[in-house]
Ligand binder design. Structure first.
Ligand code: NDP
Length: 444
């Protein structure tokens, strides 16, 4: 085995290098808190702009405010949730699926049972609510900020351990995360698959289970909170039900098609660093649920016409997202049920050039963006804060698309040295001519 497979130095700095990585590492957790405090019943959503500097200054200088971020019970509950996901992964039956080929020429095996974990978690949640009423499940709402703190702490500790463990001999390093700069590598992730043994893989586990499933549980907690305030589930607003429906379907879809994650950049390319870990453990459940958190204290009634329009909008996004991801997934698994056109690259690997993948180079991002907007529309237009998610997601996906373009093109430089591993190089330019749009067909 060529040792260069394990360690491939990268000089690329797609996140503005170590200073960028440092500021984003602090910025992401701060943003999660800011969104919570900046869109709340007590402070307003958003708070009066003229009062923000003074409020922030007084909060930051108040030891009681800092103490309020921590709650031992919430931390233990978060750890119990994480442990539940681990036990469910180990105990629930699941098929075994191979991942994509690693630079070593090996393929990892993954246990597929995220969807059954989701069903089990939902079952336990609904039983609790049925037996003890909606107030029994409002703790995620009432201790929201404490759960944020717990998740950030777990993400930080895991990232430190993963970074330290990546120095053991034989660890397969991520192409982008071993520049030698501690801050940058800690952020991007030095090892490609940290804590990966047998059919367990920490990155895949974190991405689907403690994060995505918790996001739906947070939404359910917001519905329970509104039910308590408005005198029962019958009085919960259509807008909040819509947000719960959309986000549950999105999460359920990701978990049902669990093996599709194995061909995504997070798994094939990015290391297990703080960027990914805090993004999935903290940002997803506690920032992506912002629309539901807002609606818990701001009941918005849409009525049938607006409800149907938003449902239709979300459906179009879902249709594109699911269609595009299914086409690529089938194709990467050796199928082509729609007989789509493709080009064969010099490496032997193939790229779709018709169907959704003929419309743009990332049609799945386009569908995802439409859905993100559909999730914000139920909150109405009284606040811009619930649309921050759409803006953030736009920036993330535009940046991600550019990263993927570069990765597909430039990975060849590293990989040509190790002859058996394919990448696209100049074929990627041919592909870009055939499919010129990046995300939105005929627009971008
Ligand atoms: P993709 O699933 O689009 O995967 C990109 C890879 O697909 C490329 O590296 C390439 O890898 C392969 N590929 C590119 N073009 C073609 C083609 N024409 N034919 C066949 N294969 C091709 O990207 P992501 O991993 O970024 O996203 C996965 C999903 O996750 C998306 O739906 C995205 O919207 C969603 N997502 C959601 C986020 C969230 O926070 N909710 C965050 C990020 C993503 P190769 O050729 O080596 O197979």
């Amino acid at each position: 085995m060529n040792p260069s497979h394990y360690k491939a130095m990268s000089a690329e700095n797609p996140f503005l290098g170590p200073p960028g990585a440092f500021f984003i590492s602090i910025g992401v957790p701060s943003t999660i808190y800011a969104l919570h405090f900046g869109c709340s019943e007590t402070n307003g959503c958003p708070p009066n702009p003229t009062q923000i500097p003074q409020r922030v200054a007084s909060a930051l200088s108040d030891p009681e405010w800092w103490k309020g971020l921590w709650d031992t019970k919430a931390t233990l509950m978060y750890l119990a949730w994480y442990a539940f996901c681990l036990v469910a992964w180990a105990m629930l039956p699941g098929s075994r699926v191979q991942g994509t080929m690693l630079r070593t020429g090996e393929k990892k095996l993954y246990k597929i049972n995220a969807f059954s974990t989701f069903l089990l978690a939902l079952c336990l949640t609904f039983c609790t609510i049925y037996l003890y009423g909606p107030h029994s499940f409002t703790f995620l709402h009432s201790k929201f900020v404490n759960f944020i703190t717990a998740s950030i702490l777990v993400a930080f500790v895991e990232s430190v351990v993963c970074y330290a463990a990546s120095f053991r001999p034989g660890a397969l390093l991520a192409l982008g995360g071993n520049t030698g700069n501690f801050i940058y590598d800690f952020y991007i992730g030095r090892e490609l698959n940290p804590f990966s043994f047998g059919t367990f893989d920490l990155k895949t586990f974190n991405e689907l289970r403690p994060s995505l499933i918790l996001w739906v549980l947070v939404d359910i907690s917001m519905v329970c909170e509104q039910a308590v305030r408005r005198g029962g589930f019958a009085n919960v607003t259509d807008s909040l039900w819509l947000v719960l429906l959309f986000q549950s379907v999105y999460v359920g879809d990701s978990l049902y098609y669990e093996s599709a994650i194995l061909t995504t950049m997070d798994i094939t390319t990015d290391g297990g660093g703080f960027m990914l870990t805090v993004g999935i453990l903290s940002l997803v459940p506690f920032a992506y649920s912002l629309q539901a958190s807002y609606l818990a204290f701001t009941p918005v009634v849409l009525g049938p016409v607006r409800t149907i329009m938003i449902l239709g909008f979300n459906f179009v996004g879902y249709w594109i997202f699911r269609g595009a991801n299914a086409e690529k997934n089938d194709f990467r698994n050796g199928g082509n049920p729609k007989n789509l056109k493709f080009m064969t690259t010099e490496s032997g690997s193939k790229l779709l050039t018709s169907g959704w993948w003929g419309c743009s180079r990332h049609p799945n991002y386009f569908g995802d963006l439409l859905m993100a907007l559909a999730w914000s529309l139920p909150t109405g237009f009284s606040t811009p804060i619930t649309y921050v998610y759409v803006l953030y997601f736009l920036v993330l996906l535009v940046h991600r698309q550019r990263r993927d373009d570069e990765a597909c093109e430039k990975k060849s430089v590293v990989v040509l040295a190790s002859s058996e591993f394919y990448m696209y190089g100049k074929d990627w330019h041919k592909y870009m001519q055939l499919v010129p749009y990046r995300i939105i067909p005929y627009v971008y």
